[in-house]
Write a protein that binds this ligand. Sequence first.
Ligand code: SF4
Length: 270
Amino acid sequence: MVQNQKVKVSDLTQYGICPRLVYFHAREQTEIASGKERSMIERILLKELAFNLHKIREDLKKGEDPKEDAKSIIKDIADDVECIYKKELSEVAEDVLDDVKREFVTRMTEDEEWFRKLRAGNELLELEEVHGYDREHTMVSEKLSLSGSVDKFISTDDEVMPCMIKTGKCPEYGVWRSDRVQLAAYALLIEEKSKTTVQRGFVEYIRTAEFRESPIRRKDRARVLQTLKHVKRIKNGAFPEKGVNAPCDNCAFVDRCDTRKTLLSVLFRK
Ligand code: SF4
């Protein structure tokens, strides 16, 4: 039995997808499921793109054909990614990596709408330009036994704001509920170390250049604390029910999950 494990904010996110993912991740090293390498590489490239928005915007504001410079930044991102994500990409075949990088560069450099939205700007991009941000800022709470690394940690004279990069689909309005809860978890971590109350956070849905602000709500703070208790129980050995919308078809644990379920039903019948 695993005792007193620290919980990561990413465990809370996994719990929202399917509580059993927390169970299996706590016990087993996962390999990248076969056929999933391409989406993993794409997520990495998009994430790195989000860390370079200020450079791209700087170039979009310049000269006669500013997009040429912006495009060369996107190509540089693809070139640099192996050095930055050495561990994550170490098992990926070179031809797959090159192919995904090529597709990424072509798609992003031809996406006029993406450039238009970036050029138009918004409050978040301006905050990042004026105040900068701390990349992958790690925080630990002894009190909550919780830790997390927020993609962008933005601090001004008046407020501190967590900002997450998401590579999936953007909702029509606002941010996904799971993203709100994740922002609230980062808010709790920030508040333990500073005297501030975090009022809002941001989500960058980078694929479509949608930048959304989200207030840190009381009910999301409460949901973090509730989920934290469930995750701790799971990490200490409890096997949970599957999530309502558990993505079993794409899950690396599907075989073990079914076996475990069968074993439990046999024991129960006994
Ligand atoms: S197979 Fe389904 S129920 Fe089991 S861990 Fe994966 S997503 Fe959850």
